[in-house]
Ligand binder design. Structure first.
Ligand code: GLC
Length: 545
């Protein structure tokens, strides 16, 4: 369905995720920083043409989980800069009309956060109840059978106070107790702090984890071989995660959070995007709120694990479209800092078709830094491994997709200055060919494809906010859809998911004007009643009304 004329920036725009450690290092320590993001604002807005950036955590942190273990929510880690640099980033981004979304991590803090330090000091401490503490069972066993996503039990024994605390992730990431209203107040104060500094929205880390079963019941075993997520999580998949996250009380929290954002929305609409790995679509959709009064968008991860086949992808898109609540705004994600790189999963040609898909479906796309270059997963030798998940559960490490951005073909790829001896993660071996500078020179590069797609989308209401209509009666390997506005602006998207050439007969659509091919080598009039497509080709055609 086509929306009204008043679409907001987070609906019509494109979001680009920056993993700050890996984007651009200006301090010479081999780790990216916020000044580096400032340096690259023209790349983001002028060269690429995105509308918003989402910054993964840059807060003070002992870096047990690379910043997703926050020890101070209202400051900047010295590695990344300080509040003044952050303010400068916001100001310079806003001058370019680029919005800033930051990561809010409400489920857990670092074990070094003063809140947890107090909580663990003694059982009488006023902050004891800010975290989830439980006695051992009579025979000394763990309070229940819950598991940590990152391997092992979700409980850690605290010798000093003789109780266990809950950690859904690392033991260095104790879970907050959101049933204590002071926790909510403290986290809402954090959101206020950043909104007052000008941020336009929040990406909420594992948003559905914050509310657990009040009785902390055991999870049932998972009898099937299937996984709940789009990918295997190793031993974590041995249970059905019925009680350790997503309790329905979570909705009240997000209703209140939405009110807080709305209160700051006058003149500057703010957004909230929840990281919610739920694949049961009605449950997923419930996070929009019954009256669209909770999160603006739960991230839609439905395409992350899909078999890369036209009908399978169409089926996911159609399922999602029909699961959306009335007025709920869709969004799509094909990569992030937790997922294997798109170009590694699909190969470059299909990654180009994926780019066209992502930037032409109805809803807000989120791009992951480096995917616009076709960056690949970088094999990391075991002695260079950083991600604690990969160290604990071999095979699940996320370092390969977090390597430094490839800016040019100089030493250190323009990520750090050439004299820097070691980067926090190794560069891709192919960086001398695959980098921003060389791809800008090469007219048919994947970067230039992203640039064309973004520029076209930016100028085209049908792609930004138009309705989505899939077409039937097309070859099995093709996914074909129309994006259109009620005033007759129509763009046809034709994607060939196979490496074989296809012949389409889209009778009744007449002739159209091909505006972009994923090969970037043809434009001009095409006859849709007899339309040849090359293997792994996607095209966009403006229809004539
Ligand atoms: C989210 C983040 C991931 C992090 C985890 C724990 O899934 O995306 O990177 O490790 O939460 O905070």
């Amino acid at each position: 369905m086509e929306g009204s004329a008043q679409h907001l920036w987070w609906q019509s725009g494109v979001i680009y995720q920056i993993y700050p450690r890996s984007f651009k290092d200006t301090s010479g320590n081999g780790i990216g920083d916020l000044k580096g993001v400032i340096e690259k604002l023209d790349y983001l807005t002028k060269t690429l043409g995105v509308d918003a950036i989402w910054l993964s955590p840059f807060y003070p942190s002992p870096m047990a989980d690379f910043g997703y273990d926050v020890s101070n929510y209202t400051d900047v880690h010295p590695l990344f800069g300080n509040l003044e640099v952050f303010d400068n980033l916001v100001a310079q981004a806003h001058q370019r009309n680029l919005k800033i979304i930051i990561d809010l991590v409400p489920n857990h803090t670092s074990h070094q956060h003063p809140w947890f330090q107090e909580s663990r000091a003694n059982r009488q401490n006023p902050k004891r109840d800010w975290y989830v503490w439980r006695d051992a069972k009579d025979d000394g066993r763990l309070p229940n059978n819950w598991l940590s996503v990152f391997g092992g039990p979700a409980w850690e024994w605290d010798e000093a106070t003789g109780q266990y605390y809950l950690h859904s992730f690392l033991k260095e990431q104790p879970d907050l107790n959101w049933r204590n209203l002071e926790v909510k107040d403290a986290m809402f104060a954090v959101a206020r702090f950043w909104m007052e500094r000008g941020v336009d929205g929040f990406r909420i880390d594992v948003a559905h984890y914050i509310m657990k079963d009040p009785k902390l019941r055991d999870n049932p075993p998972n009898q099937s071989l299937g996984t709940e997520m789009h990918k295997s999580l190793g031993p974590y998949d041995s249970q059905i995660h019925l009680y350790d996250k997503g309790h329905s009380d979570v909705h009240e929290v997000y209703r209140q959070f939405r009110k807080l954002l709305d209160a700051y929305g006058e003149g500057q609409p703010r957004t909230s995007i929840g990281e919610i790995h739920i694949f049961d679509w009605p449950v997923w959709a419930s996070y929009y709120g019954k009256n669209l009064d909770e999160l603006h968008m739960p991230f839609n991860f439905s395409l992350l694990g899909v078999t890369w086949q036209a009908q399978a992808v169409r089926e996911r898109v159609d399922t999602l479209e029909s699961a959306l609540p009335m007025g709920g705004w869709p969004n799509y994600v094909l990569g992030n800092h937790d997922e294997p790189r798109l170009a590694s999963k699909l190969g470059e040609k299909a990654a180009r078709v994926a780019a066209m898909l992502l930037l032409t479906l109805r809803g807000t796309p989120t791009l992951y830094y480096g995917d616009e270059l076709g960056m690949r997963d970088v094999p990391i030798p075991s002695e260079k491994q950083q991600d604690p998940w990969g160290i604990r559960v071999p095979g699940l490490g996320r370092d390969p997709q977090r390597t430094p951005m490839q800016w040019d073909d100089g030493s250190n790829a323009g990520f750090s200055s050439p004299e820097v001896r070691e980067l926090w993660l190794p560069l891709a071996e192919n960086y001398r060919e695959v980098n921003v500078a060389s791809q800008l020179e090469q007219s048919d590069s994947i970067l230039n494809l992203y640039r064309s797609l973004l520029a076209y989308r930016r100028a085209n209401r049908a792609l930004q906010v138009g309705a989505y209509h899939p077409l039937d009666d097309v070859p099995e390997d093709c996914f074909v859809y129309l994006r259109e506005t009620t005033d007759g602006n129509q763009v046809l998207v034709v994607l060939n998911f196979s490496s074989k050439a296809q012949q389409l007969h889209l009778n009744g659509l007449g002739k159209g004007n091909l505006v972009i091919s994923t090969y970037l080598d043809r434009t001009g009039e095409v006859d849709l009643s007899s339309l040849p497509l090359r293997g792994d080709e996607g095209i966009m055609v403006e229809l004539r009304s």
